[in-house]
Structures are given as structure tokens and as C-alpha cells.
Design a protein around this ligand. Sequence first.
Ligand SMILES: *Cc1c(COP(=O)(O)O)cnc(C)c1O
Length: 377
Amino acid sequence: MSGSLRSVPGLSMIRQDVQSMHAYAVQDARGMVKLDAMENPYVLPPALQAELGVRLGAVAINRYPGPRVDELRRVLAQHIGLPDTHALMLGNGSDELISLLAMACDLPDATVLAPEPGFVMYAMSARLQGMRYVGVPLCADFSLDEPAMLQAITEHRPALVYFAYPNNPTANLWDVSTLRRLVAAASAQGALVVMDEAYQPFSSRTWLEEIRSSPLANAQVLLMRTLSKYGLAGVRLGYLCGPAALIGEIDKLRPPYNVSVLNAECALFALEHAQEFAQQAALVRSERERLIAALSLMQGVQPFPSDANMMLLRVMADDDQAASRLFEGLRERGVLVKNVSKMHPLLRNCLRLTVGTSTENDLLLQALAQALPGARV
Ligand SMILES: *Cc1c(COP(=O)(O)O)cnc(C)c1O
């Protein structure tokens, strides 16, 4: 990619906005304690790995995906207890579903609206589709700013409203009554509301309970989940649930073979061993509480509460570079986290830490104790 880009034949046919974009950067994590991407830190026990190998080896990779993908949809719906008024569609990760939703709702002048800071793909999918995007700042404690959200919903009449529940990168759940009022306001304007529950395995609440208990109030609500944080980030499997008629329309936009036979078989295998993954999630939740307790005792940092497998940590300092210095200090000590301090003004001096194994979390705590200003080492 060196030399003058302008001289590359054909480049003038690539959209100008695409040419000025930066590619999604994945941090190099080789040899590091990897606590930057909300991955489940546990792998399958060797016996299950071997069993999965045999299963995948027998998959008909010469055929296009077929009935096993339908089977996966059925098993997932059963696994989460989806009401029979609702349907479920699969995506190659929820990232693909977010793109399909933008495609589906791209009416003239359509707007996507979401609280900020939030998941970056909501804005990116909207912009790539040529839709308008409106981000509404959260309050300083990362709760929803209800008056500002109501105002924005009235003013912009969004086609799509996203709530990540729990939110990324702030890791918190929002107040249920506030959300109910915002769902009502958005629905009254005709919007589709997406509850993105990527962190459901670690969360104390799910919007599915609302959908079950108040189906009418949630007639325009779509529930999105993924197996990524569950423990299959490498497999790429997300799903979107909603009233069958709505899902039927969005599903028309899905590339016919978007989920490979390997993704599907692996996901089916994981769901057959849901107990194993439930134990892993329970370990992550208890490690999360241990981390938060230890971080609360540390001088100079403030951990935020979390319902996810990650959490925000604020470095208490007068200057804006404190989190960036701590990020570097951790990296020099072999621990990779995510520096979100420049992502949004509300995230000033914040790092996002993914919960690891107890050994990894010990290494993180040790590196933090050494890297924080005032440390003796
Ligand atoms: C990680 C994440 C996703 C993306 O998940 P994939 O299924 O891996 O594409 C979606 N939404 C939120 C809020 C996330 O944090």
C-alpha cells in the first residue's frame, strides 16, 4: 500500500467516504495477557475438543449449508425460550445483523439513533448505508438521559433505535422503567427498537422477560444476541429475534448461505454442552466481582459496576493522558486492555478491562499496582 494511492487503477470507482475511512484495527496481542476484546478466557476441556474435532470432520463441507442451519435456529429458539409468536434469524456474528438492519430500514432520510458512548457498529452501519446517525450522550454516571432521549426521538423520528443491554463499553444495565418509556416513545413514532444483548451470559437481567410479560408494548422490539461473548467469538454466530412478520422481512436481505456448516455445527455442539459454558460464565461473573472489589481498594482508580464480562476503570487524574500512560504501563508489563479514553468525552481517562481467568486477573492487578503513579516498583 505504498506509493501514490491516486495512481492505483480503478480506485476512482471506490466511494470517497470509504477511501477516507480507517480499517477496523485489531491490536496485536501475541504473547500478551489478552484482556481487550471481551473474549471468554476459557477453552473447552481436551475431551470435548476431540469430540468437536470428530463432529466437524464429518460435516459435509462440499455442500451448501442446509438443514443443520435450520436445526440450529430451532435449538437456539428453544434454548432461550422464545415465545412462539416470535421468529429467529442467524447472522455471521451480530455485526452482520446490524448491517442487515441498516439495509432493511434505509427509507429516504432514515435515521439510526443510539445512546453514546455505545457500540461503534451502530453508527458505522448507518453511515455505510447512507443513513443519518444520531448519538445521544448518556449522563455522567452512564445512565440514560431520558429527557434528551425523548427529545431526540421526537425530533429525529428514528427508523431504528439501538440499546445495548448491558452497554458496551460502559458495562451497565439501564433502568427498566426508563427503557419502557423510551421503547413506548420510539414505537409510537414507528421506530424499530433493537435490544442488543451481546453480554446476556453475564447479565442479571434480560429484555426477553419484558417481551414475554408485555408482548404488545414490545411489538416493535427486536432482541439481538451473539454467541461471541458466550465463548464462541471465533465461530461468528449472532441471532436476531422478533415478531415473526418483522423477522421475515429482514431475513430476505440475508445472504442465503451466511452461516457456514462449520459455524452451525460448532454452535450446535456448544449448545449441547451449554452446562460447560454456563459454568464458564459463572466463573467469569465471580472473577468480575473479585476484580471490582480489588480495584475499589486501589488508590487512584475508580472501577464502575458491571453486568458484563468487562468493566470500565477510570484513572483519577487532572490531566487527560493518565489513562493512556496506564495503558502503556500495562502493555509494557505484558497486559493488553482497551484504551477507550479518547472514544467519547464521557470516557475521559477510562480503560476497558475484559475479565480473564483468575491467573490473568492476578497478573492484571499486579501490573496495575506497579504501573499506577505512586507505585514503588
Ligand atoms: C461484541 C458486541 C457485538 C458483536 O458481536 P459479534 O456477534 O461478535 O459480531 C454486538 N453488540 C455489542 C454491544 C457487542 O459488544
